[in-house]
Design a protein around this ligand. Structure first.
Ligand code: AMP
Ligand code: MN
Ligand code: MN
Ligand code: MN
Length: 285
């Protein structure tokens, strides 16, 4: 396998904050020409068996996936895991602990929204939840759009639910070291997700990449739906500087909300080592 492969190794289903089932995502990926796919639900692997079976039914190669929420330098950072054993007990426990605080957080978010006159947000968000263990800001965003408070989910995240805005509840997620260890010890590979999203200073970003490597992290997303073309180049250079493999993924959530569809991003720059080259023995066919 080379970088000339339509791999899409980052997306979300109803098992976290996507709107499609694993089966519908597999069909959409296949229709868009994806050759190697991974479903990476937030803090959850409950959809992995369905996704792997659906990929096989579509004749598409598959890597197990998840996206773990981490707190690093007081910022939420996402670490994608690929190619792990989905039956690994330590990974399952780590993910359960990571998503465990989401219910209480959601109640706190709703209480804050009520203070600015938006009532019933907890129950409203729950209507959009496919997995009660995984209530996320995205579900609140859908409620605020449905009730006409905002015109789309981007407006929600500009006006609500983010730092300094109503409905933002600081939360402590997994540590970077734990997340990388759970993935790696389950036989998988840890990947820094969409690094441009964090708005770190150069020093903080250097610390993230260095500590990630020290913990055993091996790859970084270079081509993602969250990056501009200029950022592809920036993080291609970072991958080479830190000796990390590169990943590619749309971060697709929903046909109505996501601007990047499955399988439609540019291919990885040729000089990089694709993460799937290091995971060839973990690919399910
Ligand atoms: P949570 O894990 O509950 O904090 O929710 C994080 C999710 O919110 C992300 O995975 C995205 O799906 C969504 N999200 C965060 N920021 C934005 C944004 N600016 N626009 C749209 N969706 C966002
Ligand atoms: Mn999401
Ligand atoms: Mn993410
Ligand atoms: Mn994601």
């Amino acid at each position: 396998m080379t970088s000339i492969l339509n791999a899409d190794l980052h997306c979300h289903s109803v098992v976290s904050d996507g709107t499609l089932t694993p089966e519908d995502l597999a069909a959409r990926a296949k229709a868009n020409g994806v050759e190697l796919w991974a479903l990476t639900d937030h803090d959850e692997i409950g959809g992995q068996n369905r996704a792997a079976a659906a990929a096989r039914a579509q004749g598409m190669a598959y890597l197990t996936g998840t996206e773990i929420s981490v707190t690093f330098a007081d910022t939420t950072v996402h670490i994608v895991g690929l190619g792990f054993d989905p039956d690994d007990a330590q990974l399952a426990q780590g993910l359960a602990a990571t998503r465990g605080g989401r219910g209480e957080r959601a109640h706190d978010m709703a209480a804050q929204l009520a203070q600015v006159g938006i009532n019933g947000a907890y129950e409203g968000a729950l209507q959009f939840v496919g997995n009660p263990a995984l209530i996320s800001r995205t579900h609140f965003a859908r409620f605020l759009v449905e009730t006409g408070v905002c015109k789309d989910t981007s407006e929600v995240f500009r006006r609500y639910l983010t730092e300094g805005k109503p409905g933002y509840v600081p939360h402590r997620w997994a540590s970077l070291g734990d997340a990388v260890r759970w993935i790696t010890e389950a036989g998988g590979m840890a990947v820094i997700a969409h690094p441009a999203r964090y708005k770190f200073s150069a020093n903080e970003e250097f610390a993230l990449f260095s500590e990630f490597k020290q913990h055993g992290g091996r790859a970084v997303e270079v081509v993602t739906g969250s990056h501009s073309a200029a950022e592809y180049a920036t993080y291609a250079a970072m991958a080479q500087e830190f000796g990390l493999a590169a990943s590619r993924g749309s971060d697709f959530h929903s046909p109505d909300e996501s601007h990047t569809d499955l399988g439609t991003l540019p291919l990885l720059p040729g000089a990089l080592t694709p993460v799937w080259e290091l995971l060839s023995d973990r690919i399910l066919r």
